[in-house]
Design a protein around this ligand. Structure first.
Ligand code: ACO
Length: 323
């Protein structure tokens, strides 16, 4: 049985680190409020002129180095982003050129904070169907560009960054003992699109727009839907909660992360948490967390991992993989 196995991982964070105290110079907020409601202590913001593809190229280069591969060893690039450099072409093609890759194909997926999960599922489908042998999946965002700096309920929560994972075709036995992706679960429900959206776009306002969120409603959907997607994907993979070595959740908010872990009965010492340092980096948050966990020695070959995310759409999903 064909499996998509992790061959390399990497990330990049822009140099500028912005602590919570920065917001108190122009907003009625406090470090205490931000930490207690979200768990966020700081985030990185891209420099002026630094684009999503710039961050993605750095993360991809780190993943290629980790894998011991060259750009032309890759067959396909998928970039998950809601903050592309341009309306078109796809940011993935800009990354392809930036890496010096002269073959294969590249495209973007847009599922907001769930984008990396959607990217993984698509990469797995390309590999399993024989259309690609190695796929570079990148989550990259510059959410600082779509913040409303007068909305204290949202602008304190997000950050910029990029993470990348290389999946490679391998032969497995068809059991949960295999390395690689064991199951994927994708869902969306467009009826809830207005609780988390951006106020502009090409064919509506002709502007980029700013992020708007009904925080409490998003919170409620997030805990319920992430827990259910995780239960569903574990059932598909034929594994149980007690077998999971690591949960790598979307890093939106420590309260969503802990409530979801509680609902699943997973102790927090098995959950990768980076939200304090990165904020919510949307589609970049999971590969960033995976790369940091890999560096910290929290992810080792053979570990059974479940990863889950939810974002605007609403769109959500989960993946079980053996690292
Ligand atoms: N500083 C100080 N006070 C604030 C701030 C702030 N930065 N932001 C909001 N407040 C105030 C509000 O104005 C309100 O004041 P009021 O009672 O005088 O009207 C009060 O705090 C409570 O506001 P709520 O919005 O009800 O606060 P809540 O406890 O729900 O926390 C939060 C807000 C953190 C956004 C929460 O709803 C949440 O975590 N939601 C999940 C959303 C999320 O993480 N989304 C990420 C994107 S989606 C995703 O990635 C899954």
């Amino acid at each position: 049985m064909i499996r998509s196995v992790v061959r390399g991982v990497g990330h990049y964070l822009p140099e500028r680190v912005v602590p919570n105290a920065w917001f108190t110079s122009f907003l009625d907020t406090s470090d205490e409020w931000i930490v207690s409601r979200s768990g966020i202590e700081r985030r990185h913001f891209a420099a002026e002129g630094q684009t999503t593809s710039d961050l993605a190229i750095r993360a991809a280069t780190a993943a290629l180095t980790d894998a011991g591969l060259q750009a032309d060893d890759i067959d396909a690039i998928i970039v998950a982003t809601s903050t592309p450099d341009l309306t078109f072409p796809a940011t993935a093609t800009i990354v392809q050129a930036g890496l010096g890759m002269t073959r294969g194909f590249a495209f973007d997926v847009q599922a907001v904070c769930a984008g990396f999960i959607y990217g993984l599922a698509n990469a797995d489908a390309l590999i399993v169907s024989g259309q690609a042998r190695r796929v570079l999946v990148i989550g990259a965002e510059t959410f600082s560009r779509i913040m409303n700096w007068e909305d204290r309920g949202t602008c304190v929560l997000f950050g910029d960054g990029a993470g990348a994972l290389i999946l490679e075709r391998d032969e497995g036995t068809g059991t949960a003992a295999d390395r690689g992706i064991l199951a994927t679960e994708l869902q969306s429900d467009g009826r809830h699109r207005e609780i988390l959206q951006v106020s502009g776009g090409v064919s509506s306002s002709g502007t980029t727009g700013h992020l708007m969120m009904a925080g409490k409603e998003v919170f409620r959907h997030a805990v319920e839907k992430l827990a259910q997607a995780t239960v569903d994907v574990m059932a598909k993979a034929g594994v149980t909660t007690d077998q999971i070595d690591r949960v790598v959740p979307h890093q939106a908010n420590i309260r969503i992360i802990t409530r979801t872990a509680q609902k699943l009965g997973v102790p927090m010492d098995r959950v990768v948490v980076t939200v304090a340092d990165h904020g919510n980096t949307s589609a970049a948050s999971i590969p960033l967390a995976m790369s940091v966990a890999h560096q910290r020695g929290e992810l080792a070959p053979g570990d059974l991992v479940v990863t889950e995310a939810i974002g605007g759409g609403l769109a959500w999903g989960a993946v079980v993989l053996r690292w």
